[in-house]
Design a protein around this ligand. Structure first.
Ligand SMILES: C[S@@+](CC[C@H](N)C(=O)[O-])C[C@H]1O[C@@H](n2cnc3c(N)ncnc32)[C@H](O)[C@@H]1O
Length: 224
């Protein structure tokens, strides 16, 4: 088991606010929020899947000694995943990582466009699936495909937690920053609700943004 992880700056992908407050500080806060939101007191018996994992939650789990059963991270950033495999997976069997060459206009413009035929690059089923600041940079087509793929990997009694930019008054979807594709991918509330339910999920919680927790709208779902 690893006791401390100091990730090179080049692999951090968080906003300046997160950097200023601290990676593990915000990471720990968000993990606590996700844990209580999925009706758990801790994650000691949970197999967790994190899509768009970045490095922050791996750092937080290790450096803040947050109990987990296992943590599987997937990301489109190849060099970051290679770093996590070499520096974490190899030495700590609670962790595993997989690269996914999925197209994302902001993060992986040369990747392969997701289609209904895609599968996730990991096996198995999970108790908790989370995505922090990922739907905030996804278009509706990828969002629906990913919601459907995740639905196949949730255990009975498991929960999905994710954040998104939601505009209650927006009808549909809006990519808000001209010249920076998917920097601020906004979904109308009812549009996001329809994507979630058509992917086979039931919405347990649709929470407003909470700046005190450094979080956008967050949504908790169960398999329907
Ligand atoms: C803003 S960062 C958030 C990182 C991490 N979740 C956190 O909150 O610290 C967004 C991450 O999502 C990844 N990403 C974007 N599109 C993705 C996709 N389709 N599949 C997997 N990862 C994706 C990016 O490479 C990046 O690491």
């Amino acid at each position: 088991m690893i006791n401390y992880l100091d990730v090179p700056e080049v692999f951090h992908q968080n906003s300046p606010i997160v950097t200023a407050v601290g990676y593990e500080e915000t990471g720990e806060k968000l993990i606590k929020l996700a844990t209580s939101s999925v009706d758990r007191t801790d994650l000691g018996d949970a197999d967790i899947l994190d899509i768009g994992c970045g490095v922050r939650f791996t750092m937080s789990i290790i450096n803040k000694r947050i109990p987990i059963k296992s943590y599987t991270g997937i990301d489109v950033n190849k060099s970051m995943i290679e770093y996590l495999k070499t520096e974490v997976e190899l030495y700590d069997d609670r962790f595993s990582f997989a690269h996914w060459n999925a197209h994302n206009e902001m993060y992986n413009p040369n990747g392969r466009k997701l289609t209904k035929k895609n599968v996730l690059p990991v096996d198995g089923a999970f108790d908790v699936i989370w995505l922090f600041s990922v739907f905030t940079h996804l278009d509706p087509s990828d969002s629906l495909i990913i919601l459907k793929l995740l639905r196949q990997r949730i255990r009975t009694g498991g929960k999905l937690f994710f954040t998104a930019f939601i505009d209650n008054d927006l009808d549909g979807f809006e990519d808000r920053v001209e010249g920076s594709p998917l920097l601020h991918a906004y979904f109308g509330k009812s549009y996001m609700q329809s994507l979630i339910t058509s992917a086979g999920w039931k919405i347990d919680l649709f929470h407003e943004a909470d700046p005190s927790n450094y979080i956008q709208h967050y949504i908790v779902c169960s398999p329907n």
